[in-house]
Write a protein that binds this ligand. Structure first.
Ligand SMILES: *[C@@H]1O[C@H](CO)[C@@H](O)[C@H](O)[C@H]1NC(C)=O
Ligand SMILES: *[C@@H]1O[C@H](CO)[C@@H](O)[C@H](O)[C@H]1NC(C)=O
Ligand SMILES: CC(=O)N[C@H]1CO[C@H](CO)[C@@H](O)[C@@H]1O
Ligand code: FES
Ligand SMILES: [Fe+2]
Length: 451
């Protein structure tokens, strides 16, 4: 009778299939995350002569949903250790990690107090996320704490100075009396599910961002798109290597041809692309597209996101992807428009007859040669969750191909370009565009970091 029990009835099939579908859709793929957090990268190994390591711009540091009210996190970016926390008012704050009293890490055991402050776990000094000031709370008003400042006469050698009053050797000296205590505060922006922090080498611009990340919400809403997942990868190279890839036409034909390793080379990707600074007066003509619908969408994107206040800071890329079957039949997959905004953010809008997808790509340098790459995928709603998860995995596969090169190459400070070739001309133009983000960074890195 056991066979009776396992008979393939519709009910039995449904009992097995429905929970499986439920699991696939709502558990696994609804918000698909591919996180390589545990991969160790070699942060400081030299990779040849390099430009500065931390260019001026916005850096993605966390997803909004991973930072609840009152949450405190120790994080690092641009070679710094900082504390990130969300005040009781819902705003995210970033301060230097180390307490001005005696150097405890505020992000390890610190607590959010008085709405917008972080309290040190060691002796309870509180620092206001709004200002970086050390505050004493007395009811509603916050009073800035003052203290005397001391340091060693000579900390490396620990040499003493004889104090005739006390008739003893003194190792510490008083620097200032009753000075207001504060630590460094960083400018933070929360934008549609992402928390970004601003970094600039120029003291006057440290809390005055010279551009803003794009607000994608209107675009996503009109196209009925929603966030579907995220991939995080760590790479061992200089930050520039990663965005430079977007302007590198030729490498697609070598690293990004394979769709799936098994069916390569019978079915493979083929690519065509363009890259141009947004400040080129001919941008619209250069990016124009023969297909009226694609063209209209491209022009709409250019007009929506680029204006006089950010034109110089944007590089536009245009990408076409085809499937080649047995090296002959070419099937159009998608046309994409990408905006590289500043040194670390890329918005990629894919348009295809089959689907519409937007990627937000960011790279955050944690240390000199340790990059965290985040890709978030937004897709049109009718696309099943497992399809968007597959697309994200498809992109991760392409990143893995790049990583093989990135993890092992040197920066390449001396280049041999063939200027008769469009691909090398584009790389030359791209490097000239990207270098603007290094202004003042060398001096600032020397001054503000000890390696
Ligand atoms: C997206 O972020 C911008 C800037 O913070 C904000 O003005 C806008 O309301 C946000 N949109 C949504 C739907 O969250
Ligand atoms: C220019 O566009 C950016 C990005 O879409 C936006 O944040 C900014 O407010 C715009 N500036 C002006 C002056 O319209
Ligand atoms: C559907 C579509 O518009 N495809 C276009 C993508 O871009 C290439 C190259 O510009 C065109 O040839 C295709 O027609
Ligand atoms: S070290 Fe932070 S309060 Fe003492
Ligand atoms: Fe690549």
């Amino acid at each position: 009778m056991i066979t009776d029990y396992f008979r393939l009835t519709t009910t039995n099939v449904l009992v097995i299939i429905l929970p499986l579908l439920y699991y696939l859709y709502y558990r696994k793929f609804r918000y698909f995350i591919f996180d390589q957090r545990d991969r160790v990268t070699k942060g400081k190994t030299s990779r040849g002569k390099c430009p500065p390591f931390f260019p001026n711009g916005w850096y993605w540091i966390i997803d909004s949903c991973d930072l609840k009210r009152g949450a405190v996190k120790p994080i690092s970016y641009c070679g710094r250790n900082v504390v990130l926390f969300r005040g009781h008012n819902g705003k995210p704050y970033v301060l230097d990690a180390y307490c001005a009293h005696m150097g405890a890490h505020l992000g390890v055991g610190g607590k959010v107090r008085h709405g917008t402050c972080i309290e040190c776990p060691f002796h309870g000094w509180a620092f206001d996320g709004e200002t970086g000031n050390c505050v004493l709370s007395s009811g509603e008003s916050k009073i800035t704490r003052s203290a005397d400042k001391y340091s060693y006469h000579n900390i490396e050698k620990c040499s003493a100075v004889f104090n005739s009053e006390e008739k003893t050797n003194q190792y510490l000296q008083k620097l200032t009396e009753q000075e207001e205590v504060k630590i460094k505060k960083y400018t933070v922006k929360e934008m549609n599910g992402s928390v970004f922090v601003w970094y600039h080498s120029d003291e006057n611009l440290r809390d005055k961002p010279i551009f803003e990340p794009f607000d994608l919400m209107n675009e996503l809403k009109t196209n009925k798109m929603e966030v579907r997942g995220e991939s995080i990868n760590y790479v061992n190279c200089h930050i520039q290597e990663i965005p430079e890839n977007g302007a590198d036409f030729r490498h697609f034909d070598f690293l990004h041809q394979s769709v799936l390793d098994l069916i390569f080379p019978f079915i493979r990707f083929s690519w065509t692309m363009k890259s141009e600074r947004a400040s080129n007066p001919q941008l619209h003509e250069i990016m124009a597209h023969p297909h009226p619908q694609v063209n209209a969408y491209k022009m709409h994107l250019l007009n929506t996101f680029i204006n006089d206040s950010n034109r110089a800071l944007v590089n536009v890329i245009s990408l076409n992807c085809y499937l080649q079957i047995f090296g002959k039949h070419s099937v159009f997959i998608f046309n994409a428009t990408g905006f590289q905004l500043g040194p670390s953010i890329v918005y990629l809008f894919l348009w295809s007859p089959y689907f519409q997808v937007t990627f937000l790509q960011t790279v955050t340098p944690l240390e000199k040669f340790n990059q965290r790459i985040m890709h978030r995928i937004f897709s049109t709603k009718p696309i099943p969750y497992w399809v968007s998860a597959l697309m994200l995995l498809g992109e991760v596969k392409q990143i893995f191909s790049d990583m093989g090169v990135w993890n092992n190459k040197i920066f390449g400070s001396e280049l041999n370009y063939n200027m008769k070739n469009d691909a090398d001309k584009s790389l030359y133009a791209w490097r000239n565009w990207y270098a603007q983000f290094y202004e003042g960074c060398y001096e600032y890195e020397q001054k503000s970091l000890s390696w």
